[in-house]
Design a protein around this ligand. Structure first.
Ligand SMILES: Nc1ncnc2c1ncn2[C@@H]1O[C@H](COP(=O)(O)OP(=O)(O)O)[C@@H](O)[C@H]1O
Ligand SMILES: [Mg+2]
Length: 239
């Protein structure tokens, strides 16, 4: 059974569909990179997968059950979105930000900080004083406190230097490997994303332009490039 499954999903804003007839399944312990140019529909997929947007066609299932309409409920089920807005308060300290996250015990916080050792010495620091990479670690920490079983990560590396990205993405891989979390990773850094993902899907104009194992896509960057520009690879190219 898939941890997360989108079947024939069409979703968008008003009358405009931003994603059309999308199939996507992610298993526990698997990292799927969701790639594609700006405006391809990546964020829309994540919003639909967490229940922020209702699909106009198709369905979303988490652990075999239809996704409830309420985001709150989905977060209790363990479907957690790390939004591209980061959703953290710059005037507050790291600890204060984390204390606003969903109700948790002190030892949950300790466990999360164990996973993010770079954040541990910064807990009393105001978030506005952190580097971009440290702020993203905080965004991840908030998500981890919610005990994700399905983690949807939207451009964690937005605006970060490649070095910071190299530090962040392996954390997501470890979560999948050690805690059996199903991860959808939206990323602009294609090579880095493919280096931690098991599979990848390239969206273009709301449709799947290419999908395959991360290893196959790494070996055929030309196909990935074409998919970014809207070319469709031959059916059997990479699957
Ligand atoms: N809140 C919104 N209202 C109307 N249109 C939107 C909204 N958010 C995104 N869109 C449109 O939906 C399409 C897909 O956007 P998005 O999912 O954000 O793409 P991506 O995350 O791949 O950059 C784009 O054409 C975008 O302009
Ligand atoms: Mg986006």
């Amino acid at each position: 059974m898939s941890a997360l499954e989108l079947k024939g999903v069409t979703a968008g804003y008003g009358h405009a569909a931003a994603v059309r007839d999308l199939d996507l399944a992610v298993s526990a312990g698997e990292v799927v990179a969701l790639l594609g140019p700006n405006g391809a529909g990546k964020t829309t997929v994540l919003r639909t997968a967490v229940g922020l947007l209702a699909p106009s066609a198709g369905e979303v299932r988490a652990f075999g059950r239809p996704l409830p309409r309420k985001v709150e409920k989905n977060s209790r089920e363990g479907v957690i979105l790390v939004p591209d807005s980061r959703a953290i308060f710059h005037q507050l300290t790291v600890r204060e930000n984390l204390s606003l996250a969903r109700r948790h015990r002190a030892r949950d916080l300790d466990a999360v900080l164990d996973r993010l050792p770079r954040l541990a010495p910064l807990v009393e620091r105001r978030v506005g004083l952190l580097s971009g990479g440290e702020q993203q670690m905080l965004a991840l920490a908030k998500a981890l406190l919610a005990r994700p079983r399905v983690l949807l990560v939207d451009e964690l590396s937005l605006g970060l230097a490649p070095l910071a990205v190299q530090e962040l993405l392996p954390i997501v891989r470890t979560l999948a490997d050690e805690s059996w979390v199903a991860v959808v990773l939206v990323e602009q850094h294609v090579d880095l994303a493919l280096s931690v993902a098991d599979r990848a899907v390239v969206l273009h104009h709301g449709r799947v332009a290419l999908s395959g194992s991360a290893a196959d896509l790494r070996a055929d960057r030309e196909a990935v490039r074409q998919a970014y520009f809207g070319g469709h690879a031959p059916e059997d190219a990479l699957v």
